[in-house]
Design a protein around this ligand. Structure first.
Ligand SMILES: [Zn+2]
Length: 437
C-alpha cells in the first residue's frame, strides 16, 4: 500500500514548501542552515545513498532562489548547500521530526499537480511516524502523466516516465549474459522487464520507446527473414574483433540482411587496436570490404578503439577517416558509437563527414576533463544516447540493458548543463533524424 506525494517541478513552490516544513519541524527561527546542520550532525540518511546527478538542475535553481552560491558539485554527505534540503531523502528526514498532522498537511502542500520533480511514494508519511518505507524517485520531468504505469507496452505518454531511445545495444550478447543456458529467442521487452523487476533497478527509470539492436557477429546473424516486433530497428555489420568470421558466405548473408525492412544501419564495423598489431592490416581490409557495401543514406555504425593506453583513440580514428575518405562519400550518414574522444576528433569528423552523429555510453562516468570537452564539442543535434548493452553496467548487476539508459542520460545532462528530460527528448529527435522514424 503506497500513497503518493508529488513535489512539483516548480522549484519556487518547493522552496516555499521546504520553509513551511522547517517551521513545523524545528523551533521558531531555525534557518535553512540550521536544518542542514541538524542533518549533518544527526546523520539520519544512510551513507549508502547519494545525490543523483539528475538533481543538479533543481538544486542550482534553488540556490538562485535562496540567494546562495551553488557549489560546483552538490553533496549529501555532508550536505554542502541548503538547496540539497529539497532532495527527497532530506525532506523525509525532516518529516520524521513532525507530528502526523503536519505530515498530512505537507503531503498536500501545493503539490496537487503531478508535474513532478520528485515523486515520493510512501505509506509511512500519512499513516505513522514509523520508519519510511519504500521510496521511489521518478524524475524531474514536466509533461508527464500522473498515471505511472508499470507496463512497458503502455504508450509512452501514459507511462509517467521520460522517454528514451537506445541507439546501440546487443540483444544477442545481453541475452547470453542474462540467460546463459537459454540465450536464444529473447525479446528486447524481456531484457527491459528483467531490469525493471530485478534486484538492481535503474536509479533513473525510463520508458524505452525505441532503439537499435546491433548484430555484428557474423556467426550470429539472424535469418534473412527474421521477425522483430516492437519499435526496434536493427543494425547489421562486422564487429572488428570478429573480422575473421566474415567469410564470403557471411558477406552474402549481410547483403541479404541489408534488404530487410527492419535493418536501418550497417554496423557496427570499424577498427579495434586491442588485437595483436600483426592482425591490424587484415582487420583493415575487412573493414574496407564492408565499407564498400555502404550507401550514403544508410547509417554506418563505427566502432573505433585504440590500443590499451590510448584513451581517446585519436590515432585509430585518424586511420579510419583516411580509409573512409577514400571509400565513402562525404554525405555518408555515420554513427560514431561509444564516443570517448577529444573535441578535435569531433571537429575532424564533422569537417570530413558533416552527417556524423556521436553516441555516448555510460563510459561518460569515467571521462576526464579532455573527454568532457569532447562531449561538449558535439553539436546538440548530433548527440545520441546508447547503453551498448550488455556492456557498461551501471547498477549492481554485471550487465546493462536499455532500461539503464536514464542513468547515463543523467550524467551526460550534468556535463552538458541541460535538463535530463530535454537531453532525452533531443536525443530521440536526433535518433529519428539518423535512423528514420
Ligand atoms: Zn556495440
Amino acid at each position: 500500500m503506497f500513497r503518493r506525494i508529488n513535489v512539483n517541478l516548480d522549484v519556487p513552490a518547493q522552496v516555499e514548501a521546504l520553509k513551511w516544513l522547517l517551521s513545523k519541524a524545528f523551533e521558531a527561527g531555525t534557518t535553512l542552515q540550521g536544518a542542514v546542520d541538524w542533518i549533518n550532525t544527526s546523520r539520519p540518511i544512510s551513507p549508502d545513498y547519494g545525490l543523483n546527478p539528475i538533481h543538479h538542475g533543481m538544486c542550482t535553481t534553488a540556490c538562485r532562489i535562496l540567494g546562495v552560491d551553488p557549489p560546483e558539485v552538490f553533496t549529501l554527505h555532508p550536505i554542502n548547500s541548503p538547496a540539497v534540503l529539497l532532495f527527497w531523502r532530506c525532506l523525509l528526514a525532516i518529516l520524521t521530526r513532525c507530528n502526523s498532522q503536519d505530515i498530512r498537511d505537507f503531503r498536500w502542500f501545493g503539490f496537487s499537480e503531478p508535474t513532478m520533480a520528485v515523486e515520493v511514494v510512501q505509506e509511512a508519511l500519512s499513516e505513522s511516524e514509523s520508519e519510511p518505507g519504500d521510496l521511489i524517485v521518478v524524475d524531474e520531468c514536466d509533461n508527464v502523466d500522473s498515471d505511472h504505469s508499470e507496463h512497458f507496452d503502455e504508450p509512452s505518454t501514459s507511462s509517467g516516465l521520460p522517454n528514451v531511445f537506445d541507439s546501440h545495444f546487443h540483444l544477442d550478447r545481453t541475452s547470453k549474459v542474462i540467460w546463459p543456458d537459454n540465450p536464444n529467442g529473447h525479446t528486447v521487452e524481456e531484457l527491459i522487464s528483467v531490469s525493471k523487476h530485478g534486484s538492481s533497478r535503474p536509479s533513473v527509470p525510463v520508458n524505452v520507446v525505441g532503439g537499435v539492436v546491433v548484430y555484428s557477429e557474423p556467426q550470429n546473424y539472424p535469418a534473412a527473414d527474421f521477425q522483430l516486433d516492437g519499435p526496434w530497428k536493427v543494425a547489421a555489420g562486422v564487429h572488428p574483433k570478429h573480422y575473421q568470421k566474415f567469410s564470403t558466405a557471411k558477406r552474402l548473408a549481410l547483403n541479404g540482411l541489408l534488404e530487410h525492412p527492419k535493418v536501418a544501419a550497417l554496423g557496427e564495423n570499424g577498427l579495434d587496436r586491442t588485437i595483436p598489431p600483426g592482425e591490424w592490416r587484415a582487420q583493415e581490409l575487412v573493414f574496407e570490404n564492408v565499407l564498400r557495401m555502404s550507401k550514403p543514406e544508410l547509417p554506418l555504425v563505427l566502432h573505433l578503439r585504440g590500443p590499451s593506453g590510448d584513451t581517446y583513440g585519436s590515432d585509430v580514428t585518424g586511420r579510419c577517416q583516411a580509409i573512409m575518405r577514400r571509400v565513402c562519400r562525404r554525405e555518408q550518414k555515420i554513427h560514431v558509437h561509444c564516443f570517448t574522444g577529444l573535441s578535435q576528433v569531433v571537429n575532424d569528423w564533422l569537417s570530413d563527414f558533416p552527417n556524423t552523429f556521436f553516441g555516448v555510453t555510460a563510459a561518460v562516468r569515467r571521462f576526464d576533463e579532455e573527454q568532457k570537452s569532447g562531449l561538449r564539442a558535439i553539436p546538440r543535434n548530433r548527440l545520441l544516447l546508447e547503453t551498448d548493452a550488455p556492456y557498461f553496467p551501471v547498477g549492481n548487476v554485471p550487465y546493462s540493458t536499455p532500461a539503464y539508459l536514464g542513468d547515463t542520460a543523467a550524467f551526460v545532462a550534468v556535463y552538458l548543463n541541460i535538463g535530463p528530460c530535454d537531453l532525452m527528448q533531443l536525443t530521440i529527435r536526433n535518433a529519428m533524424t539518423l535512423y528514420g522514424s
